[in-house]
Design a protein around this ligand. Structure first.
Ligand code: C2E
Ligand code: CA
Ligand code: CA
Length: 539
């Protein structure tokens, strides 16, 4: 029967617990389940009250945090870990890195990194044997403080783990802003649901971490089913009851002596780079590829209808940066420079990419404001692909192309055509274009309206003859005429009665030839032959 202590009892007996060794550290092994070897362990605080028995962190950690005692507790754990490691090193026993938990309260009003460094140096422990676990909630008080602490940890050489990732608070945004080297994905948040959405989320998180070159440890692994699932998606590091429960130091020493161990993959390389968020590390291979071997590209997050750009490369800046800096692009809200229609297209494309898991290409106009160039409207063709997914967040890779000039040419051509059409409209002229190689005829707007022709008339003139544009008695003559145009005749200028009403029209053709003199197109026009009242008496 558990005899839980009250908040007052914890607070009142804390000092006594520290001095009388009622507080102690348990160790839970972390395993590579592909090899069965140990890769590390996590230090977990326990409180054994002489009368009330074993107390668990879930009950006393929040109390210690609330009463400003957690800092002392965490430094106590850190020192216990150093003592254990010194003992192992001294006795030439196998050693694995130990992770310690840092409370988010440890960073307010304390010099956490300086203090643990003093302890570590006192016991002369190489920094590679200690990892620090932080939770995302450390960022609640603002990114600045936690970022500074993490930078300090990195500078001192510690590997920083993000604890409890996937707890719902998690955000990829925090992940890219905080320089973490490892992620701990807590399987307990999955609640056994690996077949469904939970499994998909975990899978894409693991893939995304691979892409970011971040090591993943699955914690809280209780069943073989979950362990197997994690293995199939390529997560080889695990911590959980299935393998080993947290155990007192004595048992852990035995376990350590009996179990083979190996370094964690990234951990050794990490010591060189100090920061395993390779994608954000300017010297990394990922970054080299992103910066030099792909075209203009960006990486962005989509969450609840919002887009946040995480990275853009140099070529992106050249292509559509319009003299903005990367910083300016990252801090602005991309929706602010797009029309609602464009946002809709963008969102549709994103949803399609999420649904199909395939590349989606779309175009949209953006208004870009830059300090030096003022406002500019540009048309951007984007090809996007989903590369990661977590909770409601989707990570995308986007290739972009500035197609403004292309669009502009197209628009001018359209405008020309519109002007051309209305000019004919005013001049009472019917006009059309005939392509000799395909026998296709493109009528002007008036032809379409008055003669009921489609935008492209195939198999001209037969189709037009069938449609009744030419009365039967002139049909053969007209076919013959078109054949001559096909063969390069240039002097077509005659009067033909058209439509069922046999209305006389003055029909002319101008033929266009290529360099070798082959006829390409013929431009036809027809104007109504108006009876001239002044001429009638002369007839
Ligand atoms: P945590 O950091 O997420 O630690 C992992 C917790 O999950 C531990 O609980 C561990 O016993 C438990 N666990 C490990 N494998 C399994 C499993 O397969 N199934 C289940 N259901 N649980 C598993 P514990 O030791 O009770 O610690 C609870 C929390 O208390 C820790 O969660 C951590 O947030 C906090 N904590 C523990 N020790 C310290 C400490 O020294 N300092 C600080 N600041 N917090 C600590
Ligand atoms: Ca932890
Ligand atoms: Ca955890």
């Amino acid at each position: 029967m558990i005899n839980r202590m009250s908040e007052q009892e914890f607070v009142a007996s804390f000092d006594e617990a520290l001095t009388n060794h009622h507080l102690m550290v348990y160790y839970q092994p972390q395993i590579n389940h592909e090899t069965g070897r140990m890769v590390g362990a996590e230090a977990l605080l326990r409180w054994r009250h002489p009368a009330k028995g074993m107390q668990y962190p879930a009950d006393f950690i929040p109390v210690l945090e609330k009463n400003n005692l957690i800092y002392q507790a965490d430094l106590f754990v850190f020192e216990e870990v150093c003592i254990l490691l010194r003992n192992l090193l001294e006795n030439k026993k196998p050693v694995v890195p130990i992770s310690v938990n840092m409370s988010r309260y440890d960073i307010y009003g304390h010099s956490y990194v300086a203090d643990i460094e003093t302890i570590r140096k006192k016991y002369d422990i190489p920094v590679k044997y200690i990892r620090v676990e932080v939770t995302e909630s450390s960022a609640i008080g603002g990114m600045e403080l936690i970022t500074r602490v993490m930078d300090d940890l990195h500078r001192a050489g510690y590997i920083v783990e993000m604890d409890d990732f996937g707890s719902g608070y998690s955000s990829l945004g925090v992940l890219k802003d905080l320089p973490v080297d490892m992620l701990k994905l807590d399987m307990r948040f999955l609640q056994g649901n690996i077949g469904g959405r939970g499994g998909t989320i975990i899978n894409s998180m693991v893939q995304m971490c691979k892409w970011l070159n971040t090591t993943v440890i699955a914690e809280g692994v209780e069943t073989q089913e979950i362990a197997d699932f994690m293995k199939t998606i390529g997560c080889k590091y695990v911590q959980g009851y299935l393998y080993a429960k947290p155990m007192p130091q004595e048992d852990f020493l035995k376990y350590l002596a009996e179990t083979d161990h190996e370094p964690m993959d990234a951990a050794s390389r990490l010591m060189d780079t100090m920061n395993n968020m390779n994608f954000w590390n300017p010297d990394s291979l990922e970054n080299l590829i992103f910066s030099n071997f792909v075209g203009p590209a960006a990486v962005f997050i989509y969450e609840n209808g919002n887009v946040e750009i995480l990275r853009v490369n140099e070529k992106y800046l050249k292509e559509i940066g319009m003299s903005r800096t990367e910083q300016e692009i990252l801090t602005e809200n991309p929706w602010e420079c797009t029309t609602p229609k464009c946002q809709e297209e963008y969102t549709n494309a994103i949803n399609k990419a999420i649904k199909t898991r395939d590349e989606v290409t779309f175009e949209c106009w953006r208004t870009i404001c830059s300090k030096t160039c003022g406002e500019n409207k540009i048309c951007v063709r984007s090809t996007i692909r989903l590369i990661g997914e977590a909770n409601n967040q989707y990570l995308f890779y986007a290739m972009v192309q500035n197609v403004t000039a292309e669009k502009e040419r197209y628009r001018l051509a359209e405008e020309d055509e519109r002007r051309f059409k209305s000019a004919f409209e005013h001049a009472n002229v019917y006009a059309w274009e005939y392509t000799i190689s395909t026998h296709e005829m493109r009528p002007c707007f008036r032809c379409m309206r008055d003669l009921g022709l489609p935008p492209i008339v195939k198999n001209y003139p037969d189709t037009a003859i069938e449609a009744g544009v030419f009365p039967p008695e002139v049909a053969d003559m007209y076919r013959e005429l078109m054949k001559e145009i096909d063969n390069g005749r240039t002097d077509v200028d005659l009067i033909i009665p058209l439509t069922v009403g046999r209305i006389p029209f003055h029909v002319r053709y101008t033929t266009e030839f290529d360099e070798s003199g082959r006829p390409l197109k013929a431009y036809g026009s027809a104007t109504l032959v108006v009876d001239n009242p002044a001429e009638t008496p002369a007839e």
